[in-house]
Design a protein around this ligand. Structure first.
Ligand code: FES
Ligand SMILES: [Fe+2]
Length: 319
């Protein structure tokens, strides 16, 4: 389970996608899961496979905060515990549990921890801009036909801005292409922060990588805060789900969400075909490609991926 992406917190869906009555199927790193809300509204995640006959629990319904299998109506609590087996009131239900995965809700998103068993002691790591009560967050979801590491690397790669985004966020960089722009990396507890400098002067704007799969771009707007946040979620070898959020402490009317969402969709749309054309689909180790000094941020991501995630896995407990 969760091949090459085990033991980490990841957002998996916007909270608004998960209602109280219908479960939601998601796929993370090749593992199919079903999300639902318990009687208190808290999100829960189970392996999307009924322990009885292996059907998809996501085809079932939520009844009293438990997930009811569509086939024979067994019901499962958020812990995976089987709480009802129709027509078999005397059966021992302890051995009939579904497999649970830790789940949480934070910053308008549902999160899972790619493990089984107890929730880890550390909650997901989120930038404070996404938690502020005076912040308005709007979001869109996209799917790219690429390995998540290519999508993630693209989010950390600023040298492509004046080419791929020459009409949008890269416009101001076009005039600087003849200069030597430095990449500065500041290690942080949660990952690292990337800035650029020209003639020894640090330029406004910064980009954070938050392990394992989030990017936060802080856009300089005088006196205001505008943060674009992207999570790249592995689905399959050539499929990545992107959650793109815009967090702002101005223009907070929900009526303006569409404006920010359209901008995000346009910018990500500029990247898409180029990133999807990358071969091999998964990023290769740092030394396998030709690189230059402005690749520092993406090379650092490669190092992180190959040392911390590649090869990680989560064995399903014996039943
Ligand atoms: S397959 Fe789920 S209850 Fe039978
Ligand atoms: Fe881009």
């Amino acid at each position: 389970m969760f091949q090459d992406f085990a033991q980490v917190w990841t957002p998996v869906a916007f909270s608004s996608r998960l209602g109280r009555t219908r479960p939601l199927r998601i796929e993370v790193a090749g593992t199919a899961l079903v999300l639902f809300r318990d009687a208190h509204g808290a999100p829960a995640a189970l392996l999307d496979r009924c322990p009885h006959r292996g059907v998809a629990l996501s085809l079932g319904t939520v009844v009293d905060g438990c997930l009811q299998c569509p086939f024979h109506g067994w019901r499962f609590a958020r812990s995976g515990q089987c709480v009802e087996v129709p027509w078999n009131p005397d059966v021992r239900r302890e051995r009939l549990a579904a497999l649970a995965v830790p789940a949480a809700e934070l910053a308008g998103q549902i999160w899972i921890h790619t493990s089984t068993g107890d929730p880890p002691p550390q909650p997901p790591s989120v930038h404070e801009a996404l938690l502020g009560t005076r912040t308005r967050i709007s979001g869109i979801e996209m799917t790219w036909n690429t390995h998540w590491t290519r999508a993630m690397e693209n989010m950390l790669d600023w040298p492509h801005l004046p080419f791929v985004h020459r009409r949008t966020i890269g416009k101001d960089l076009v005039a600087l292409l003849g200069e030597r722009l430095e990449t500065l990396i500041e290690p942080q507890e949660w990952g690292w922060r990337v800035r650029t400098a020209l003639h020894g002067q640090v330029r406004p704007g910064m980009l954070d990588f938050r392990r394992p799969n989030q990017m936060n771009l802080h856009i300089p707007v005088p006196g205001r805060e505008l943060t674009l946040a992207v999570a790249c979620i592995p689905v399959a070898e050539r499929r990545t789900k992107l959650l793109l959020s815009a967090a702002r402490n101005f223009a907070r009317s929900p009526l303006l969400d569409g404006l920010f969402n359209r901008a995000n969709r346009r910018i990500a749309g500029e990247d898409r075909a180029i990133v999807e054309s990358s071969e091999p689909p998964e990023i290769p180790p740092a030394r396998a490609d030709r690189s230059v000094p402005t690749d520092r941020a993406t090379l650092r991501f490669r190092h992180y991926y190959f040392s911390a995630l590649k090869g990680s896995t989560c064995a399903a407990p014996p039943t």
